[in-house]
Design a protein around this ligand. Structure first.
Ligand code: HEM
Length: 455
């Protein structure tokens, strides 16, 4: 017999449930997006593992010179199909609950997810083929899907703009994502019609920094300001400076992009300022965490690894701005900078957060469908987490060192290790997420006679 015992809900479950009580039918509408975050997390986990498996083939090209078709394909597998898919999933899952506003068009959200996935995969394929017309046609589809995403999420965030820290940060990051994607699409169209002036590498750098700082880093800062109090530090108050840190980061991302497009003379100073804004975020988060003794599980460990990688990426980014991407040293620093930023910083954060978020979203999606309940522990595969942490991070460190030293064998060894970590991570993440797509409960749950179930 199964004993059903009420337990304290996780913070991942609380917001949507309160939504139902507060808004009745509207609250249920908000719940209808229940499996959209899961769909995006499935896309993210699959492409993270696939992207890492392709890395041992890609790194010799990147070590040779970062600006080539297969490297562009690899970069956008991570930036769009892994990082962006995960961030969109988090925003779909949290923004309606955080702002107590249901998203306006839940059905459009499904079309958006499909268009985004097909469009981004199309971009990756056309980058790899070096087929620019196909690339920018796919990019137009992705931009359309980002506008659909914005049409659903921005109205929820609008009321909190300038007041709520996380709301303001996410609002700005979505706007900067639209800008970055538009600049990227224009750069693609320019390959066919050749209408842009300026230097290819500085134009490209404007797009990269708008996307990496304005979209990804700003989203991570904003979401972390929401997640830290929610998951780890329940009674800690967010300092007002958090809002100013977000404004500073957004302003610097815009200024850096404009400077790279119009007058690269200011780029070094702005790269240093961008590093300062990121370190400001670290200081705010560190001060908040210093007020509490936290359990050191794999989420904060990945966050810590991410922060260390971020500091390395800041140093490499400033060095790159100083020597220029076209120089011999620039060609070594650029791929190291990309690996430290995309894999070391962004990916560590997403992996760490996913251990908290994925099971929470799955239990909620099952509740919404009236399926037999499962506990977070039953659908979390905790055992491989240590292995993933060590293998993945050792791989990233070797890759960065190998690029900088010009030692290809080291870089390839690192890529192979990161790929192994990615496959183990992807398999366990998909196993967890699969319980939002099937009614079955995990074997451990079937065999256990004393279970603590979600209420
Ligand atoms: C719809 C979204 C996007 C589109 C249409 C797009 C398009 C492009 C295009 C066309 C290029 C090549 C530009 C050129 O050759 O002049 C490029 C390069 C690049 N993009 Fe994107 N991009 C998008 C999103 C992103 C995001 C979200 C990121 C990072 C967070 C990113 C990072 C990069 C990087 C690092 C490169 C340079 C890679 C290299 O040189 O090897 N992109 N992008």
């Amino acid at each position: 017999m199964v004993a059903t015992v009420h337990r304290t809900k996780t913070s991942a479950e609380i917001p949507d449930m309160s939504e139902t009580h507060r808004h009745g039918a509207a609250g249920r509408d908000a719940l209808r997006i229940g499996r959209i975050p899961v769909a995006l997390f499935v896309v993210a986990a699959i492409f993270f593992a696939l992207g890492l498996c392709a890395l041992p083939i890609v790194v010799p090209y990147a070590a040779d010179f970062f600006y080539q078709p297969i490297v562009l394909a690899s970069v956008h597998t991570f930036t769009l199909l892994w990082i962006t898919a995960a961030i969109m999933g988090v925003m779909y899952g949290y923004v309606p609950a955080l702002t107590r506003t249901p998203i306006r068009w839940p059905r459009i959200a499904w079309a958006q997810v499909a268009l985004f996935t097909v469009g981004a995969a199309g971009m990756v394929a056309h980058f790899a083929l070096g087929a620019w017309v196909g690339l920018w046609l796919a990019a137009i589809a992705v931009v359309a899907s980002i506008l659909m995403f914005a049409a659903n999420i921005l109205p929820c965030l609008w009321r909190g703009l300038g007041r709520g820290v996380a709301e303001t940060g996410m609002f700005m990051s979505i706007c900067l994502f639209i800008a970055a994607a538009t600049v990227g699409t224009v750069l693609g169209i320019d390959k066919t019609y050749n209408f842009l002036g300026g230097d290819v590498l500085t134009n490209l750098s404007a797009h990269v920094h708008l996307a990496a700082l304005g979209w990804v880093a700003l989203s991570i800062c904003a979401v972390s300001y929401r997640m830290l109090p929610a998951f780890i530090l329940p009674s800690t108050k967010l300092p007002r400076s958090a809002l100013w840190q977000l404004y500073a980061l957004a302003a610097i991302a815009i200024a850096l992009a404009v400077s790279l497009l119009l007058d690269p003379g200011f780029a070094i100073a702005l790269a240093v300022a961008a590093g300062g804004a990121m370190l400001w975020w670290v200081a705010i988060v560190a001060r908040m965490m210093a007020t509490r003794r936290m359990p050191l599980n794999w989420t904060p460990r990945h966050a810590l690894a991410g922060i260390i990688a971020m500091i390395a990426a800041v140093a490499l980014g400033v060095a790159l701005a100083a020597v220029g991407g076209g120089s011999a040293w620039g060609a070594r620093i650029a791929p190291a900078y990309g690996a430290a930023g995309l894999l070391g910083f962004f990916s560590n954060f997403i992996i760490g957060m996913s251990y908290q978020l994925f099971p929470g979203f799955v239990t909620r999606a099952r509740q919404n469908r009236g399926w037999p309940p499962v506990t977070i522990a039953e659908i979390s595969s905790a055992r491989p987490r240590g292995l993933v942490f060590v293998i993945f991070n050792a791989g990233v460190v070797l890759m960065v060192a190998g690029f900088l030293a010009g030692a290809l064998i080291l870089t390839q060894l690192g890529a192979a290790l990161a790929a192994l970590g990615g496959v183990i991570y992807g398999a366990t993440a998909l196993w967890t997420l699969s319980f939002a797509l099937r009614r079955a409960i995990p074997r451990a749950a079937r065999e256990s006679s004393l279970r603590v179930l979600p209420s």
